[in-house]
Design a protein around this ligand. Structure first.
Ligand code: E4P
Length: 218
């Protein structure tokens, strides 16, 4: 399973990129709004850092508007993937953009049937939201497993991006259940790095090294 970063913050994206762990980026209108900068400026900065799929979401709710926005955003870079909400109009836009060879990521997926419809419309990626399902007492991870099973059984090559990731266990389980990608907030990437035994172990290695060095010098 590959990892994307779910962020529009340039410092976070740069830091994750420098670690060498991310293969792409997903943004959404909420994440971009937090940055307080024009959308296309944010995207241009991301394009300069990451050479991989970068999801940019449309704001229009009608297919015609989504297609127009999608074409404008896709013109920024070959790496831009158009994020389209899971609606009837969204499916029409996915069909049209796919015909124009523009890649799409269908977002706000909360059921297996939505994922199947998006895939059949031609989506490159589907983004089931794990955390938001957990928030309403539905099992988000179970949905990842179900979609993975359906796509594998029917030879569907649309890739599953586990989204709305809230903690490291979401990432581990999404990988186990067959997601192709997890898009992970920077905070969760940091949490994934950490293990108390790593910190304790490193502290002891360095202390032992210092002790031996002091003994040699005495
Ligand atoms: C997916 O692409 C979305 O940007 C994101 O994962 C939503 O996560 P949230 O539910 O934490 O807002």
């Amino acid at each position: 399973m590959k990892l994307f970063i779910d962020s529009a913050n340039i410092d976070e994206i740069r830091a994750a990129h420098e670690m060498g762990v991310i293969a792409g980026v997903t943004t959404n209108p909420t994440l971009v709004a937090k940055e307080g900068r024009p959308f296309q400026d944010v995207l241009r900065d991301i394009i300069d850092i990451v050479d991989g799929p970068i999801s940019a979401e449309v704001i229009s709710t009608d297919a015609e508007g989504m297609i127009r926005e999608g074409e404008q955003l896709a013109a920024l870079s070959k790496n831009i993937v158009i994020k389209i909400p899971m609606t009837v109009e969204g499916l029409k836009a996915v069909k049209a953009l796919t015909k124009k060879k523009i890649r799409t990521n269908v977002t706000l997926i909360f059921s297996a049937n939505q994922a199947l419809l998006a895939a059949r419309a031609g989506a490159t990626y589907v983004s089931p939201f794990i955390g938001r399902l957990d928030d309403v007492s539905h099992n988000g991870l179970e949905l990842i497993g179900t979609i993975a099973e359906i796509f594998a059984r029917h030879g569907i090559d649309t890739e599953i991006i586990a989204a709305s990731v809230r903690h490291p266990l979401h990432v581990t389980e999404a990988a186990r259940l067959g997601a192709h990608i997890a898009t992970v907030p920077y905070k969760v990437i940091e949490q994934m790095v950490k293990h108390p035994l790593t910190d304790i172990g490193l502290e002891k290695f360095l202390a032992d090294w210092e002790k031996a060095r002091a003994a040699q010098q005495a």
